[in-house]
Design a binder for this molecule. Structure first.
Ligand code: DC
Length: 221
């Protein structure tokens, strides 16, 4: 089985690129951020403060999270309900960032992520895929871009969905989330030692996709 790990901060273009590369290579694409978002959503639904670690840990035994694929697209189930859309709100995103700092939450999601790589050729994106989840991945890529570029992309993305977002607020959220993700004690966001680092600030999506597909092909033959 071949595993490709794509890590990097929010808004670097990971999911779009990973999805495209998976399609081209015939691999499955697993978005692991969705799992942390599902735990965040479970907290919201249970009225639990996501920064209260013991409370969050206490709901894990009754929190069943799984991933299924419909037409090659990943769907996340929380206690058998498809929550793929509900996890995409800004609130779920901030909550996910907080619960992802709890080591027990990370452990809870580890096997679920690893199991995919045992039976499928996989492109997995997240923050700690190359460092913790799949340390033996044949290809490791770290995608990054400046916070300003990522904020601009996010505002545009929301605009396309008909939603207005204030650039300064989005930028502030991105900086806060980067700080949370890279300063947590367990599995912080950082490039694996043998990762290919790609800065997408001055690249279009097409250029980034092309670059990444080339890196993957070079490393799996
Ligand atoms: O990629 P995303 O924005 O959907 O991720 C949501 C949150 O989950 C983000 O704050 C970081 C965290 N996360 C993580 O800690 N480890 C992963 N492998 C994926 C996401």
């Amino acid at each position: 089985m071949i595993a490709v790990a794509i890590d990097g901060p929010a808004g670097a273009g990971k999911s779009t690129i990973a999805r495209r590369a998976a399609l081209e290579l015939g691999f499955i694409y697993v978005d692991t951020g969705a799992l942390y978002r599902a735990v965040g959503l479970a907290c919201i639904k249970n009225g639990i403060d996501p920064s209260d670690a013991p409370k969050v840990v206490s709901i894990l035994p009754k929190t069943d999270i799984s991933i299924v694929f419909f037409n090659g697209e990943q769907h996340v189930l929380l206690n058998d309900t498809d929550v793929s859309d509900d996890i995409r709100t800004e609130k779920a995103s901030m909550t996910a960032s907080l619960v992802s700092q709890i080591p027990q939450v990370r452990d809870f999601l580890l096997d679920l992520q690893r199991n995919f790589s045992k039976t499928e050729n996989v492109i997995m994106d997240g923050r700690d895929i190359g460092t913790v989840v799949l340390p033996n991945a044949q290809v490791k890529i770290f995608l990054t871009a400046s916070p300003e570029v990522r904020a601009k992309r996010r505002v545009l993305q929301l605009k396309e969905k008909g939603e207005y977002a204030d650039y300064d607020t989005v930028l502030e959220d991105i900086v806060k989330r980067d700080y949370n993700d890279s300063h947590r004690e367990t599995a912080p966001l950082k490039a694996a030692e043998n990762a290919v680092v790609i800065d997408t600030s001055n690249l279009t999506l097409d250029q980034t996709a092309e670059k990444i597909i080339t890196v993957i092909k070079e490393n799996i033959v």
